[in-house]
Design a protein around this ligand. Structure first.
Ligand code: ASP
Length: 583
């Protein structure tokens, strides 16, 4: 038997017990006549003591050879410590070692395996198995497992069936590039890895399964902007004979259940906001509503004076940053530089200080009177002591820029408290989105999303303003889930493909299987998918999903530990009948 106890369990009540422990050497202190070793496993750390007077000479000698991260097994007696360590649960006891066996020696690890480590990100990823020995990483993985368990418990209690769908499929357009896999048996042909199991879950509804879920890997070959992974996990769900309201209710209940079970946080009914409202108030379809700073549209009054920049702008919009009127000129100049950075892209920023005495001091005093500025203050909800920051320009761009500024100011003011949870539903997304590059409309969610029935007639006259029965679940400024009511009518689906620029032949070639299925009695259905990695990281109070993935990829999509992707050998290429030419 390798162990009678783990390294986190012994207490004073165990004194005098003969025990066997196994684990890693975290640290060893050798005083010659006495050696102390911190023995670590997943459950904790227990101190071992080797004492010249009480420990066998050979054991003593072996103990002297122990290096960091050696895996050892010891047998000994639990004794009470003279100097106790209140920082660890086993800190009242130590093991007086009688027998020691080295199970596996270790090279000196390339970084320290402690909560605070000297290892940089790339190094830790290369030796991820060592990184996982560290408490914070291990705890994140255990936390992830707990959340997954709660999801399964909840969905099972509501009669959802977990079904695995294939990983080698045919490309489905969900907005990203596919990863493809060559087929040896079907020369010259390729599978695609699923961007999501979207069409399969709809087919499961046609198959009568009624309620489906799957915690599933999805693959998207996208440029890896901050905090994205080429393979990621979804909690993918679909339900039959439901309307939008049913889906929102059940997944709101699930989210509430998770917050309660894993965070002990109770949240009231989630607010709902239309996409339109989210864009107007926050310039963002995933607003962080833990704090205010809602947008005030100043266009009407700001354009009534002689200030050319505003007069030529499509929109003039501002936010009131609480307490920021105390910023110095220099600090404000720095902030203006910040909004002008290419990542934000504003051309400048107008500001108004709301003084304690009720007067205003602005960067455009030449053009606007105190009464004018009072209107701005009212529109942005500014109080004395606040700083109104105003941007102008084309509507969408300006709102996006102001949203970036709003988030930045919230960050600086410490308003983004990771232990506070503010979920909401954003609903009524546009069905279609204009793509500048291809000069066509794309499905904003995906091509199977149903338009709002009352908007269908606008499809040919005003496609940009057709709303969809599509919804996102937003938590603390992050989209953690999204879905839609699906089209289940063959004619409407054909019409959608047509509007998305597919000829009937192309639609048939790509989605014939789905259109065929719809000829055999498709139930009304709807669903959504949660981004599991992000959900876990937000619940875990952090924003980097990598920290919650056992073996993540780096920003160039590489796994630096196994060194993938990699070239394959000639023989494999021949078998696939492929030739590689790299330009
Ligand atoms: N398949 C969709 C996605 O991955 C989610 C859904 O519509 O259910 O975003």
């Amino acid at each position: 038997m390798y162990r009678t106890h783990d390294c986190g369990s012994l207490r004073v009540s165990d004194v005098n017990k003969e025990v066997t422990l196994s684990g890693w050497v975290q640290k060893s202190r050798d005083k010659g006549f006495m050696i102390w070793v911190d023995l670590r496993d997943r459950y904790g750390i227990t101190q071992l003591i080797f004492d010249e007077d009480r420990t066998d000479e050979i054991v003593m000698k072996t103990a002297q050879t122990l290096g960091r991260e050696y895996v050892i097994q010891v047998k000994g007696t639990v004794i009470e410590r003279e100097s106790k360590n209140a920082k660890i649960p086993t800190g009242d006891v130590e093991i007086l070692v009688k027998e020691l066996k080295i199970l596996s020696a270790s090279k000196t690890p390339p970084f320290t395996i402690e909560d605070e480590t000297d290892g940089g990100e790339e190094l830790r990823m290369k030796y991820r198995y060592l990184d996982i020995r560290r408490n914070p990483v291990r705890e994140n993985l255990i936390f992830r497992s707990k959340v997954a368990m709660q999801v399964r418990n909840f969905l099972a209690s509501k009669d959802f069936v977990e079904v695995e769908t294939p990983v080698l499929i045919k490309s489905t357009p969900e907005g990203a590039r596919d990863f493809v896999v060559p087929s040896r048996m079907n020369e010259g042909q390729f599978y695609a890895l699923p961007q999501s199991p979207q069409t399969f879950k709809q087919l499961l509804m046609v198959g009568g399964l009624d309620k489906y879920f799957q915690i599933v890997k999805c693959f998207r070959d996208e440029d890896l902007r901050a905090d994205r992974q080429p393979e990621f996990t979804q909690i993918d769900c679909e339900m039959s004979f439901v309307e939008q309201e049913d889906v929102l209710n059940i997944f709101e209940e699930m989210t509430r259940h998770l917050l309660k079970e894993v965070k002990n946080v109770q949240v009231d009914k989630f607010p709902r906001m239309t996409y339109q409202e989210a864009m107007e108030k926050y310039g963002n379809d995933k607003p962080d509503i833990r704090f205010g700073m809602e947008f005030g549209d100043l266009s009407a009054f700001a354009k009534a004076r002689d200030f050319k920049i505003f007069n030529e702008a499509e929109i003039v919009v501002g936010i009131a940053v609480p307490g920021a009127a105390s910023m110095t000129r220099k600090e404000i100049d720095k902030l203006i530089d910040w909004v002008k950075r290419p990542q934000v892209g504003a051309l400048g920023m107008v500001y108004v200080k709301c003084n304690e005495d009720g007067s205003f001091k602005s960067s455009v005093d030449k053009f606007y009177s105190q009464e004018d500025l009072a209107q701005w203050a009212e529109a942005t909800g500014a109080q004395a002591g606040d700083l109104i920051c105003v941007l102008s320009g084309p509507t969408n761009k300006t709102r996006t820029q102001l949203s970036a500024l709003r988030m930045e100011m919230a960050e600086r003011l410490g308003l983004r408290n990771p232990e506070e949870f503010a979920p909401l539903w954003v609903i009524d997304f546009p069905l279609l989105e204009w793509d500048e590059d291809t000069e066509r409309y794309h499905a904003m969610h995906h091509p199977f999303t149903s338009p709002k029935p009352e908007d269908i007639e606008k499809l040919s006259t005003d496609p940009g303003n057709v709303r969809a029965n599509a919804y996102d679940l937003v938590l603390n400024g992050n989209e953690i889930g999204g879905g839609s009511v699906r089209i289940f009518d063959k004619e409407l689906q054909a019409l959608m493909f047509n509007h998305l620029g597919f000829t009937p032949e192309e639609a048939r070639a790509q989605f014939g299987f789905l259109m065929d299925a719809f000829e055999y009695g498709a139930p009304p259905h709807a669903g959504l998918a949660f981004g599991f990695d992000r959900l876990v990281s937000i619940l875990g109070g952090q924003e980097t999903i990598r920290d919650f993935i056992a073996f993540p990829k780096n920003n160039s999509g590489r796994d630096v530990m196994i060194d993938a992707p990699a070239a394959i050998d000639q023989e494999q290429l021949q078998e696939l009948n492929l030739k590689v030419t790299v330009e």
